[in-house]
Design a protein around this ligand. Structure first.
Ligand code: NAD
Length: 321
């Protein structure tokens, strides 16, 4: 019977699907990601047929070397920047992901960060907890997002859904930049394509990042590009941390280069850049944009569906390589 190693407990619906098919499951019960050394040790212990891994697992040459019997790594994530794809391809190891499972959840959360940054919800919360509230008064606090221009960077599944919600729910104007044009976004949501990232950064009141992490998108937002943004603009990132040069962002926030930010992902997760957590005008969340029950269960279902299809001799629905 095929043996699958699961690097961390995933929702029960996925495990039940695998058990029903008769797979032998070995599950890491640690309440944290395995270190690379722990993962390699486990893989060397048993000749597994498959691994269900998380975005916190680095799947590289050393891991492939430790697991020559593993024919498929099913990533429990949309992104796959944690996996050495070229190495997998070279060895004929199949890699799958879970596209679409968290589009709704991440797009909703992106709106939460946009609203939080502009309306300063977290600052209000801290004010209350510090016992500083002395009663209502006329001073101004926060800005309306209605009518603001939202700049979507990366108009794939999540970027397009953020655009839809921002337009229909909050009457924001949408511009977008991508290496591939999204006709649907233009036709359905009146989004205007801008041909350079620089133009988007100069025009948008809110910049929201939705690109995959690739060599070409690492530090896509750096010191020079932050300086192109409006002083009144907000930067939101629910994609992957390294898309932003986080140290440069800390400087930009401290020096008033931009008005604020909302971040769910960090360059060196779980660490944050020096000084980031002491800045007032930034909302920080621990990579939870896809953390809802519905999204997590759908991620489990898709990851497991890929494994089952593979061992049924079919092409898994979400093959990356
Ligand atoms: P997607 O593949 O549908 O969209 C990515 C888009 O980025 C594509 O349209 C692509 O053309 C574009 N792109 C690639 N390189 C670019 C570049 N250099 N400049 C501009 N655009 C570029 O992916 P998706 O499902 O929309 O997910 C987007 C990302 O969100 C994922 O890769 C993942 O890293 C991240 N994500 C984060 C969470 C979270 O919990 N915070 C959850 C799910 C996904």
């Amino acid at each position: 019977m095929k043996k699958i190693f699961i690097t961390r407990r995933i929702p029960e619906n996925g495990l039940a699907m695998l058990r029903e098919k008769g797979f032998t499951l070995v599950l890491s019960e640690k309440p944290r990601p395995l270190s690379k050394r722990e993962l390699i040790k486990e893989l060397k212990k048993n000749p597994y047929d498959a691994v269900l891994c998380l975005l916190t697992d680095t799947i590289d040459k050393d891991v492939f070397d430790a697991a020559p019997s593993v024919k498929i790594f099913a990533n429990f994530a949309v992104g796959f920047n944690n996996i050495a794809l070229e190495e997998a391809k070279k060895r004929g190891v199949v890699i799958t992901n879970t596209p679409g499972a968290s589009t709704e959840s991440v797009s909703e959360f992106t709106l939460a960060l946009i609203l939080n940054a502009a309306r300063r919800v977290n600052e209000g919360d801290r004010f209350m907890r510090a016992g500083k509230f002395k009663g209502w008064g006329p001073p101004m606090f926060g800005r309306d997002i209605k009518g603001m221009t939202l700049g979507i960077v990366g108009s794939g599944r999540i970027g397009a859904e953020v655009a839809k919600k921002a337009l229909r729910g909050f009457e924001m104007k949408i511009i977008y930049y991508d290496v591939i044009r999204n006709e649907l976004l233009e036709k359905e949501y009146g989004a205007r394509f801008v041909s350079t990232l620089e133009e988007l950064l100069r025009t948008a009141d809110v910049v929201s990042l939705h690109v995959s992490l690739l060599p070409s998108t690492k530090h896509l937002i750096n010191k020079e590009r932050l300086a192109m943004m409006k002083k009144t603009a907000y930067l939101v990132n629910t994609s992957r941390g390294p898309v932003i040069d986080e140290n440069a962002l800390v400087d930009a926030l401290k020096n008033g280069v931009i008005a604020g930010a909302g971040l769910d992902v960090f360059e060196f997760e779980p660490k944050t850049a020096k000084g980031l957590t002491r800045i007032e005008n930034v909302v920080l969340t621990p990579h939870i944009a896809a953390g809802t029950e519905i999204a997590r269960q759908e991620m489990a279902r898709l990851a497991v569906t890929n494994l089952i299809a593979f061992f049924d001799g079919k092409t898994p629905p979400n093959v990356v390589v």
